[in-house]
Design a protein around this ligand. Structure first.
Ligand SMILES: [Zn+2]
Length: 231
């Protein structure tokens, strides 16, 4: 790769965190490294199983039984200049490493509710934008939360993860790629109009739903009530 500038722009000065390197996370991390992000903080606590291989393309048969996060780091560093740091931990309210505060943006690609809630709170406290993604069968959605600017994930109704066991690998590809594109665009432009909207992919339909925060929401009380977001 050409140093620092891979797709006509430079993301070298940015650090992104990817929480979960499964179906969504493999896509997100691959697109971020491919776009030349400077640093990636990767989080997961799972091991690779054979059933992961159909969609979690950073892993091969030789990786079965290994820790996902270390394998992901190895694969990403094989072809990109991105510096990856791997955390083989389960994120909870009381278990978030200090280094996550250095992230310019966090990508949420884990379907466990505890981690999603803990990271929403962390993001709000540290004013770090958070890109949500979730898939459920053929269906998926993304949401960019910008603390103090957009409605919080609770108001957007996207805290809950997927409920269907049989997720389609193409849906993980579409939603993971959309998360990466949304996050990269936000890092480059800081355009707040990218936030506060749920983008929904439902088999063959894309749509955007603008979110309005609840006046009773504790997280959204400090929101800068931009006319374009609340209309
Ligand atoms: Zn709220």
């Amino acid at each position: 790769m050409i140093k620092g500038k891979t797709q006509g722009f430079s993301l070298k000065k940015f650090t992104a965190a990817v929480i979960g390197v499964g179906g969504l996370g493999c896509n997100i991390a691959t697109h971020l490294a491919g776009a030349g992000i400077g640093r990636l903080l990767l989080f997961d606590f799972d091991k690779i199983s054979e059933t992961n291989l159909n969609r979690q393309f950073l892993y091969t048969k030789d990786s079965i039984g290994e820790d996902k996060v270390f394998e992901a780091k190895k694969r990403l560093e094989e072809y990109s200049e991105t510096v990856c740091k791997a955390y083989n931990i389960k994120i909870t309210e009381n278990n978030i490493p200090e280094e996550l505060k250095t992230a310019d943006i966090i990508f949420l690609a884990a379907d466990n509710l505890e981690a999603r809630k803990a990271l929403t709170e962390f993001s709000e406290e540290n004013k770090i934008p958070l890109v949500f993604g979730g898939i459920d069968g053929f269906y998926g959605k993304t949401y960019l939360y910008i603390p103090n600017i957009t409605p919080c994930p609770e108001c957007a109704g996207i805290i809950e993860g997927g409920k269907t066991k049989s997720n389609i690998s193409a849906a993980a590809g579409i939603i993971g790629s959309l998360q990466a594109a949304l996050g990269i665009q936000y890092l480059l432009t800081k355009d707040i109009s990218l936030g506060g909207k749920i983008t929904v992919y439902d088999s063959d339909t894309f749509s955007s739903l603008k979110i309005i925060s609840s006046p009773k929401c504790k997280t959204c009380k400090n929101i800068q009530r931009k006319k374009d977001l609340d209309d």
